[in-house]
Design a protein around this ligand. Structure first.
Ligand code: ZN
Length: 393
């Protein structure tokens, strides 16, 4: 395999539809796009990849993954396992953002950071958020601001839990302080400084965020609430939030139990939000991969446990197109350009010269994944992982 790759006759969604073009990758970046790019009589070692009959789209950005595992709500034995490389790559995910969750005692930021570096070494791009569900936030350097400025991989804080019985029941003032620290850390480090917000099933919905913004210099757009398809009331609150300029996220991992108990399927949520007039760039999907998906009975007692899957990210985007008639470019935007923008990842989520060569080839016939490239390196070929994680051999 060569470091120089020429994709021929690719129908490129950048994620907007650019029509059929050729695309040249040099090293880890996209070098050029154009009609009938020709290597002529050059003896450069160029690998030519026939991409006719395929869409060429940006590698997928999964904005919320518990890649060191999560959970534990049913005791120690219910702690979920770590993600492996191919869990991401077989689903087209080339950028993953790792978070802690409910448990910031046995799950630590040092472990999260180490796993992020491990996945990066194995082939994909990773970032993390500092903090966890709780306020005050756990940090590595002593403050949110310091973590964002001093640790390259930390790009935001969260997921901070609100409207959830597992949250620290944060006050509006506490939420403001977290957002303010993330903002300053973001400004000084050139990062988004986003606050990822886990929203539970509590009746206060997004009220804590509206209250935090009211009468302060904070903006709705700094908060990035997830699980907004948890139930119909939260979905409606999310539409209002997104129409006011916020970006909302729908969770693609689910269980039959959740879908029977009021969850709006993420594919349906995306379709309905677009129909309601929310701009495409204000809607994202994330997998919540390797989260525990606890199943409770009516008394709030845990009766079962499943594990979130990173591969659900693209499965849901594809379902949105095939079953809910979402335009392909809109579904792809929700897992590429939109999350890259809210996270401030300037070299991710689009197909253009100078961007990282994170690319996915989709069969036009059924929209299944053919090939996946991350930073110019092919990790999946004809739907099979040709690069595996260290312990997947
Ligand atoms: Zn969450």
């Amino acid at each position: 395999m060569s470091n120089i790759k020429l994709f021929k006759n690719a129908h490129i969604l950048n994620p907007q539809d650019t029509g059929v073009l050729d695309l040249l990758v040099a090293g880890q970046q996209i070098a050029a796009l154009g009609e009938k790019l020709d290597i002529g009589n050059s003896n450069l070692p160029v690998e030519v990849i026939d991409a006719s009959d395929c869409y060429l789209v940006p590698g997928f950005v999964d904005s919320l993954v518990h890649f060191i595992g999560g959970g534990g709500e049913g005791g120690f034995a219910s702690r979920t396992p770590e993600m492996q490389l191919t869990h991401a790559t077989l689903g087209g995910v080339t950028t993953a953002i790792g978070v802690l969750g409910t448990d910031a005692t046995t799950r630590t930021l040092t472990n999260l950071l180490a796993k992020a570096h491990a996945l990066e070494s194995e082939g994909i791009t990773t970032y993390c958020h500092t903090g966890s569900y709780q306020i005050p936030c756990r940090t590595l350097m002593g403050s949110i601001t310091d973590d964002l400025i001093l640790i390259d991989k930390f790009i935001g804080v969260g997921e901070i839990a609100i409207s959830d019985f597992r949250s620290s029941q944060p006050t509006v003032e506490e939420i403001r302080k977290v957002a303010a620290a993330a903002k300053v850390g973001g400004i000084l480090s050139g990062k988004a400084g986003v606050v990822s917000v886990h929203v539970g099933s509590g009746e206060s919905l997004l009220q804590p965020l509206w209250q935090a913004v009211a009468g302060s210099e904070l903006k709705l757009s700094q908060f990035y609430p997830t699980h907004m398809n948890r139930n119909e009331a939260l979905f409606q609150a999310g539409i209002e939030f997104a129409k006011a300029g916020g970006v909302i996220d729908f969770t693609t991992s689910t269980t039959a139990y959740d879908l029977q108990h009021g969850e709006v399927a993420a594919a349906e949520a995306l379709a309905r939000a677009l129909q309601a007039g929310v701009p495409t760039m204000n809607l994202t999907l994330s997998s919540d991969g390797n989260a525990s998906l606890p199943i409770y009975n009516d008394n709030g007692e845990l009766v079962g446990l499943e594990v979130g899957k990173v591969q659900s990210l693209y499965q849901v985007a594809r379902q949105a197109v095939l079953e809910y008639k979402v335009p392909l470019t809109a579904a792809i935007t929700a897992i590429t350009a939109a999350p890259a923008a809210v996270l401030g990842l300037k070299h991710k989520g689009r197909v253009a010269a100078g961007m990282d060569a994170d690319l996915v080839l989709l069969h036009k016939t059924d929209l299944t994944i053919r090939d996946v490239f991350a930073k110019g390196r092919q990790l999946v070929q004809n739907g099979q992982a040709i690069v595996k994680g260290t312990f997947e051999q």
